[in-house]
Design a protein around this ligand. Structure first.
Ligand code: F6R
Length: 602
């Protein structure tokens, strides 16, 4: 049989307590939608039996239908899926059930030996209804129960049966507990009063519970209304029995996970940046001191990150070169494995991530540590896997970022890098001073007038399906990040190039009316004028972002020049542009096509 393994990279949520589970689960899943929104589902177990509903598409569409039909049972689980392999259809939506329908499971991760397990289970008489790897789990549990194991024992056996990464929540009809297990995929438990919320991430349950338990790897647990029990798993390091550790308070507040008066999380998060940058500058993380000492003694420095975090890595490389004349290398996380052989003793790797769960970045960190490198992490999400994998953690503290596109976490990464590099600088106040200047200009850049100006730029660009963005030095980093934002949320083929590269190929893309955005600082105005006239000769229409307009600017966005820190403010109008373009093109900026925020599979 051709078995198309559907790898799961999703959000999971469970509930056991005193409230009807269905509305809680739907609500919690909605706050996890940034992890995927191809399909979703919930299962609630009660005296009335098992209520299982699944749907293709986002949770908002599912909400009405499911809530009108759901029973009032107070234990259940749910899932929102981002399909990486295997179609986003109803059959592949979670929860998955055992043949008798009594065991329900949601899973996030990749079960690498799913094919072998499935073949064996099929030989044992199990019937599969999806092509996901996840579906082996309810069948494995059912097989254990058939062979006379208790649910505790069947769950405890899973770590010895599954190869790969997983966060699993399971429930069995007739049993008043949820069973949870994780390895390499995130799973935390929100703790309320007599109620528990296992979930992929804290924002999911934040309105209900403000204390959290970070589950250790490969230790199975059972969660009931009166507490958590540690099961005796194959990988468990501690004996079975009640879980006695005190839950940790969550530092996030409830407002941080709601849209408030904003239409989308993306615009809310863009507008929050004056505050997030300000807080980081006013109370710099104490770990900057240890991190800078590590860097001071480094024989070589590598930055790793994916997507937007890679662009922040490029900024780190730029800052070290321009302010300290230090050589370093920024590497896309997934490419790090191919450069790891060149790591020498004394290397320091700086890993950047909003979520702290990006599988490529975690893999790069593992490789680096295996080769003896010291690892510093700049992370936004508290308690995430990267915070445990790194030696020194610099928290970005920009609060939950729920829109799929990274905005406020990016500027916090740039500020944290500025503060870190500044500690090594002979003029330790320079970085903070320029970062403050950049922060101050944010008020103007996010004013109503500035937003209206960006909206008119978006109107000029909305009918184009291609866009070129050009910059040099630090401005090239902005061009790259702006292009990524515009691609992601507005679906425009935006490409960034260093100014000097245009004549080495990209000029071929320019035709009559082609829009081009040029980024420059004070020192680059003359060069930018030359580039603009070269582009205009070939028919381009020039839009500019810099301290002053060019002679040929069709529309200019003024950004105060704050030296190297300009990158912090310069990206704001481009985030706004991506947002406005998405709206004009009738796209949902919070839920870009084919994307999920937290990419937890390789
Ligand atoms: C871009 C975006 C992605 C992430 C990338 C890395 O807007 O959101 O490109 O930047 O998936 O994610 P983190 O930073 O969580 O490691």
């Amino acid at each position: 049989m051709q078995y198309n393994c559907a790898r799961e990279m999703c959000g999971i949520a469970g509930y056991v307590g005193h409230r009807p589970a269905a509305p809680v689960l739907v609500d919690c899943l909605q706050r996890l939608e940034y992890r995927g929104y191809d399909s979703c589902g919930i299962a609630v177990v009660s005296d009335a039996g098992v209520f299982l509903r699944r749907s293709v598409g986002p949770i908002a569409e599912f909400r009405e239908e499911v809530l009108s039909a759901a029973p009032t049972g107070t234990i259940g689980l749910g899932h929102t899926r981002w399909a990486t392999h295997g179609r986003a259809d109803l059959a592949n939506a979670h929860p998955h059930a055992s043949c008798d329908g009594a065991v329900l499971v949601v899973h996030n991760g990749v079960i690498e030996n799913a094919f072998e397990l499935r073949e064996r289970l099929v030989r044992q008489g199990h019937r599969f209804t999806s092509d996901t790897d996840s579906e082996v789990v309810p069948h494995l549990l059912e097989q254990g129960l058939t062979e006379g194991l208790s649910m505790d024992e069947a769950v405890s056996k899973l770590p010895s049966q599954l190869v790969g990464s997983y966060a699993i929540v399971a429930v069995r009809q007739g049993q008043d507990e949820l069973f949870v297990l994780r390895k390499g995929s995130p799973l935390v438990v929100g703790v309320g009063e007599g109620e528990y919320f296992p979930a992929s991430d804290i924002p999911s349950f934040l309105p209900y519970a403000q204390r959290v338990i970070y589950l250790s790897e490969d230790e199975p647990f059972a969660i009931g209304r009166s507490g958590i029990r540690r099961l005796q798993g194959a990988g468990a390091s501690r004996p079975a029995g009640p879980y006695l550790e005190v839950p940790e308070p969550v530092s996030l507040n409830v407002e941080s996970v709601s849209k408030g008066s904003f239409q989308h999380f993306m615009i809310k998060e863009i507008m929050e940046q004056v505050g997030t940058i300000g807080r980081l500058l006013e109370s710099p993380p104490a770990t900057l001191a240890t991190a800078s000492e590590l860097l001071r003694g480094a024989q070589s420095i590598k930055f790793v990150g994916a997507g937007t975090s890679y662009h922040a890595s490029l900024y780190g490389q730029f800052l070290l070169a321009t302010t300290l004349h230090l050589d370093s290398e920024a590497c896309v996380s997934s490419e790090f494995q191919f450069r790891a052989d060149a790591l020498r003793p004394g290397a320091v790797v700086v890993a950047l991530s909003q979520s702290g769960e990006t599988a490529d970045t975690l893999q790069a960190v593992r490789i680096a540590r295996d080769r003896g490198a010291r690892v510093i992490a700049l992370v936004n999400s508290e308690g995430s896997s990267l915070t445990r994998a790194a030696e020194v953690v610099i928290p970005l503290r920009s609060g939950p970022e729920l829109s799929v596109a990274a905005t406020k976490s990016y500027t916090s990464q740039l500020v944290a890098l500025t503060l870190l590099v500044e500690r090594l600088s002979p003029d330790p106040m320079e970085g903070a001073r320029t970062a403050l200047e950049a922060r101050d200009s944010l008020l103007e850049l996010t004013s109503d007038a500035a937003r209206a100006h960006i909206a008119s730029l978006a109107h000029n660009l909305a009918r184009h399906s291609q866009l070129l963005l050009i910059g040099r030095g630090g401005n090239y980093v902005t061009a790259l990040e702006a292009a990524l934002k515009i691609k992601e949320v507005a679906g425009v083929a935006a490409q960034a190039f260093p100014g000097g590269e245009m004549k080495h190929g990209p000029l071929a893309l320019v035709a009559e009316g082609s829009p081009v955005i040029l980024f420059y600082d004070r020192s680059q105005v003359d060069q930018a004028e030359l580039a603009a006239s070269e582009l205009i000769t070939r028919g381009a229409v020039i839009y500019t972002v810099g301290p002053q307009p060019l002679r040929s600017s069709s529309l200019h966005v003024r950004v105060h020049d704050a030296g190297a820190a300009t990158a912090i403010s310069q990206i704001i109008p481009m985030q706004l542009l991506a947002y406005e373009l998405a709206k004009l093109r009738q796209l949902d900026p919070d839920h870009p096509k084919n994307l999920a925020k937290s990419v937890t599979v390789l």
